[in-house]
Design a protein around this ligand. Structure first.
Ligand SMILES: Nc1nc2c(ncn2[C@@H]2O[C@H](COP(=O)(O)OP(=O)(O)OP(=O)(O)O)[C@@H](O)[C@H]2O)c(=O)[nH]1
Ligand SMILES: [Mg+2]
Ligand SMILES: [Zn+2]
Length: 321
């Protein structure tokens, strides 16, 4: 855990508002308006405090307690296997899905993150890292299917010494004035890229944030950093799978941009675009205007969405009708 900052300094006498820059189990690492870092603990057992939250704290005995969470501007939530919505990070403006030639990309995972971003709503960008590898060209080509729905794909390398090949200037520009969460599979280079855009990384390899796995460091907790060139970035642990929170998904589009653009032309207002007649989305797939794999991804998410709602208590389902 952090040792350099004033974690054991004097406790404040007045209530304090601070930002959560990391959470380790029930421990919160906070930064107050003056930039001072402190450790705190959530007061309530069931408070779900996440990285990026702003909390109000007060001192009690010898510790600092977070007693309330200030209203969130936005958040990223995932669905648990039981269909419950669980926050991952708060007060974000942008989501960056990081992909690489190794590990092999999972395009369905990218889609689900993009859907979560559309529903938050927050800006989304796809970042192809390790672009100096010869196998990157094929992945870049595969990612062209994201151009039609209007997603920007940046090519970067966290190891290339040539600044132009590394593509870091466009990445820094994309991060400017945003609070961006870096998400994606484990090993794609989220932490490596984070290290390149911030020098605030004294604690990036500290016990609570990293674990050694198969000879490399894998991130175990989200952590917010200030970027040197402006903007803020949250490095998050890698995932194998991700399902957006079903409470957040827009019902008839699930956050797919192509579907949003077409849904108004379907015969039925509540068309699920699965088998209804006169469905503009299916017509677009047949004509090639919507990419068939993106539509397959939509169908998979639709089935998952319906299954997850079935797992929710009856009162949740009734409230939704
Ligand atoms: N060739 C190449 N290797 C890279 C690049 N960026 C990162 N790596 C390597 O990829 C491995 C994983 O990098 P990390 O930054 O730890 O990946 P991560 O996404 O943070 O992984 P998790 O924390 O497990 O989610 C490390 O061995 C890095 O050195 C790159 O641009 N090119
Ligand atoms: Mg990492
Ligand atoms: Zn339809």
């Amino acid at each position: 855990m952090e040792t350099d900052c004033k974690l054991h300094g004097l406790l404040p006498t007045k209530p304090l508002i601070a930002e959560v820059i990391a959470t380790y189990g029930r421990h919160l690492l906070l930064r107050d308006a003056a930039g001072e870092r402190r450790m705190a603990r959530p007061m309530g057992r069931h408070m779900e405090i996440v990285c990026g939250d702003r909390v109000q704290c007060r001192a009690e005995s010898d510790e600092l307690l977070a007693e309330s969470i200030l209203p969130r501007d936005s958040f990223l939530r995932r669905s648990t296997l039981r269909g419950r919505s669980e926050p991952l990070a708060a007060n974000l403006s942008q989501l960056a899905v990081i992909v690489a030639p190794v590990p092999a990309p999972d395009l369905f995972l990218i889609d689900r993150y993009l859907c979560a971003a559309a529903s938050a709503p927050m800006h989304a960008v796809i970042v192809l890292n390790k672009c100096e590898l010869p196998t990157a060209a094929a992945v870049r080509q595969e990612l062209e299917q994201y151009a039609a729905p209007g997603y920007e794909v940046l090519s970067v390398s966290a190891v290339a010494s040539n600044e132009v090949t590394a593509g870091l200037a466009p990445l820094r520009r994309a991060l400017l004035d945003q609070t961006t969460i870096m998400v994606g599979q484990s090993g794609v280079g989220k932490s490596s890229l984070t290290r390149l855009v911030t020098s605030d990384t004294a604690d990036i390899a500290v016990g609570g944030l990293m674990r050694e796995e198969e000879g490399r460091h894998t991130t175990t907790a989200s952590r917010l950093y200030d970027c040197d060139a402006g903007g803020r970035i949250i490095d998050s642990p890698g995932v194998r799978d991700f399902a957006p929170a079903i409470d957040d998904l827009e019902r008839t589009t699930l956050g797919f941009r192509e579907v949003s653009a077409l849904a108004a032309q379907c015969r039925f207002q509540d068309c699920s675009h699965m088998q209804e007649p006169h469905c503009a989305v299916r017509a677009a797939v047949d004509s090639g205007a919507m990419h068939a794999r993106r539509y397959e991804s939509y169908r998979r998410l639709r089935r998952l969405y319906d299954e997850l709602w079935e797992k929710r208590p009856e009162r949740d389902r009734a409230a939704r009708r």
